[in-house]
Design a protein around this ligand. Structure first.
Ligand code: BQZ
Ligand code: CA
Length: 654
């Protein structure tokens, strides 16, 4: 077709057959079977909170809960209603950047962001919902929503009477501040990019708990998915407004971003736990939020655990500690340690249970194509070359993905990844993917065609017109073991076709912010290209600053097409039409080597056996990471098996 100006490419049918490692069966349930907003006859609280109510430090539990809390259904709990108390022990490789998530700061990942943030809607538990009920995200702070007749207005009803962890009311002003003063303010690096939501919807406040988004084009339930973690999570406007330049003439956007530094605790949150202690490079301790707005069917306020620990270590150590039983949870995602971890977890005496899921972890080399945004002429010339589809295809053909997979881990784990949706995505379709087989001659031919030839005979190709040697600086996160291993293989394979790669391992937070801020030349990274409505700008074009690897809005010819198809997918209510659009998107992305994929692997979830209600089959990543999919506010441990709390009988004090 006209879209494929790149000649005949092999189809994914030529790819080796994929082997599934999962085989696990679980029952799918209705969307309202997990939880629903409603009331219970009477409410109770964790016994440790009684003293705070008696002393008057806290209002009674019924007064702290909203009019209609979220009620978790017993029928969906594999181990039933829980017992209060104890500690849930996480180990993470990240470090809290700061508490101002509205300005794009992360809290160290690995489930700590998600333990403090609550979002308008929820995606994680959707992996358990049956197909006919997959009509959109699950509710959360947004209790219900509806479109007008022509689907150009989305009216959202917020939960009424939810309170922040300091007791302040959560209402529409928090949502307005999030959207108007953060998302749509281009000076703030919020997680949802300006104009990426429905092409830049406007917002109208109706009353304290009601507002609407107004779109230029009709939309569908799919667009509501954008309002889940990590894009749709309002922050405390009563705390942050004073620090925001729009409300305080002494503030700058830099000072605003830094307004909630990681050494000032406790921050004000809506999540089930509140960070109360942060010892740098050592530990974050969170305590239960007495204002949390969720209960079980017996009326017990959630969460069940009083305390959560995040040991600040490495991602590899997360898996090691889960296997050893000193940590409770790990997304096992470095194939290098799969075999050993699996061997150990298969032992009956092992403290941990391991579950393999589909291939949802994919790695890729991302080239920055924002030529106009380059800081010097050399970088500009390089990015101009990155904009050539033949150049990206040359790189893709230069990669021997089987060898990369074996460098990562021996065994049947890795499968080639070209670009676009990972095979574990509900949107993936093999026959719509163009496959770029390992073919150094083809790579050489494409590079020659771009006049990228070795003019001085030193073995490295030169920039067009006999310029300097072509060297690509590729950043990689120090925390990403699997990325680092793959980059080594990629660098030596590219050298074989005459392209020099200079690798630079940078701090994880620096890599994160450099990527989202477009401050890089090339980057080797893991990504989960599963749903286009989640962290959209990491992979897809939507609005001028999006994707991060072509911010600035200077679209490549196929990219405009891709953007239109993504918008159409988000605004469609017809599953067949959406599947067709996804196929066309996959076609565009792979035919044009939008990013240069390497391999994709399945991941296993490790959960300690003393943790109750961890539903069998919870995927490491599907609609969201397992920390959300496993529903941590509903996990518990019987009193006899509980870990000692470090800060018993305490709550966050403001
Ligand atoms: C899971 C996840 C939960 C970010 C991060 C991190 C960042 C990315 C990504 C994963 C970690 C864990 O991933 O690796 O297993 O626990 O936290 O948020 O690697 O660098 O920017 O998107 O989520
Ligand atoms: Ca040369």
């Amino acid at each position: 077709t006209a879209l494929l100006s790149v000649g005949t490419l092999a189809k994914a049918d030529d790819m080796p057959e994929e082997r599934s490692l999962s085989g696990l069966e679980y029952e799918l349930i209705g969307r309202g079977d997990i939880y629903a907003h409603g009331t219970v006859d009477s409410y109770s609280q964790a016994p440790m909170l009684d003293a705070f109510v008696e002393s008057g430090a806290l209002p009674p539990v019924a007064d702290r809960l909203p009019a209609e809390p979220i009620v978790f259904k017993t029928g969906a709990m594999v181990d039933g209603v829980g017992e209060y108390g104890g500690v849930f022990r996480h180990v993470i490789g990240g470090r809290p950047e700061g508490w101002n998530w509205m300005a794009g700061q992360h809290q160290g990942w690995g489930g700590i962001n998600m333990a403090m943030q609550e979002c308008l809607v929820r995606q994680g538990p959707r992996w358990q919902v049956k197909a006919e009920d997959q009509t959109g995200p699950l509710p959360n702070l947004a209790q219900s929503w509806s479109f007008n007749d022509d689907n150009t207005e989305l009216t959202i009803n917020l939960m009424q009477g939810v309170k922040w962890s300091d007791g302040d009311a959560f209402d529409v002003e928090d949502v307005r501040f999030w959207y108007e003063d953060n998302v749509q303010n281009e000076n703030v690096a919020s997680r949802m990019a300006k104009d990426s939501f429905g092409g830049g919807a406007s917002m109208e406040v109706i009353d304290d708990y009601t507002f609407k988004f107004v779109f230029a084009e009709p939309q569908s339930e799919t667009i509501v998915e954008n309002l889940a973690y990590i894009q749709g999570c309002p922050g405390p406007s009563h705390v942050l407004k004073d620090a925001h330049p729009e409300y305080n003439s002494d503030a700058t956007y830099d000072s605003y971003t830094q307004a909630l530094p990681n050494d000032v605790l406790p921050p004000v949150v809506l999540g089930a736990w509140v960070p109360v202690v942060h010892r740098p490079d050592e530990l974050v301790i969170m305590r239960r939020n007495p204002y949390y707005f969720k209960v079980d069917e017996s009326g017990q306020q959630l969460p069940y655990y009083n305390e959560m620990h995040f040991r600040l270590s490495t991602w590899g150590d997360r898996t090691a500690q889960a296997v050893a039983g000193t940590g409770d949870f790990s997304n096992m995602e470095d194939p290098g340690n799969y075999v050993e971890a699996l061997k150990q977890s298969q032992d009956d005496a092992s403290p941990v249970r391991a579950n393999f899921g589909p291939r949802v972890l994919a790695w890729r080399l991302v080239l920055n194509m924002d030529a106009a945004g380059a800081e010097d002429e050399g970088e500009k010339a390089l990015r101009t070359l990155f904009r050539e589809t033949d150049f990206r295809l040359a790189l893709s053909h230069a990669l021997d993905r089987d060898a990369i997979g074996q460098a990562l881990a021996r065994g049947p784990f890795a499968y080639p990844y070209i670009s676009g949706f990972a095979t574990g995505s509900p949107y993936y379709d093999a026959s719509s993917s163009d496959y770029h087989p390992f073919d150094q001659a083809k790579a050489a031919e494409l590079l020659d065609g771009l006049d990228v030839v070795d003019t001085d005979g030193d073995g490295t190709r030169n920039m067009p017109g006999g310029g300097d040697n072509l060297t690509i600086n590729v950043d990689v996160s120090q925390a990403g073991n699997a990325s680092i291993k793959q980059l080594e293989a990629v660098a030596s394979q590219l050298a074989e076709v005459g392209i020099a790669v200079q690798t630079r391992a940078v701090d994880q937070t620096v890599a994160d912010t450099n990527f989202t801020g477009g401050q890089f030349s090339a980057m080797m990274m893991r990504d989960n290209v599963i749903l286009p409505t989640r962290e959209t700008c990491r992979s897809w074009p939507a609005g001028a600053n999006c994707p991060h690897f072509n911010a600035g809005g200077d679209r490549l010819p196929f990219e405009a097409d891709l953007e239109a198809k993504l918008a159409a997918l988000q605004s469609s209510s017809d599953a067949a039409e959406q599947a067709q659009l996804a196929r066309e998107m996959q076609q565009l992305v792979t035919a044009n080597a939008y990013t240069i994929g390497t391999v994709q692997v399945p991941a296993a979830l490790l959960v300690n056996k003393r943790i109750k209600n961890a539903h069998p089959g919870t995927p490491v990543f599907m609609y969201e990471w397992a920390e959300d999919g496993v529903i941590r506010e509903r996990l518990w441990t019987p009193a006899a098996d509980q870990e000692q709390e470090v800060l018993p009988d305490t709550i966050a004090e403001y």
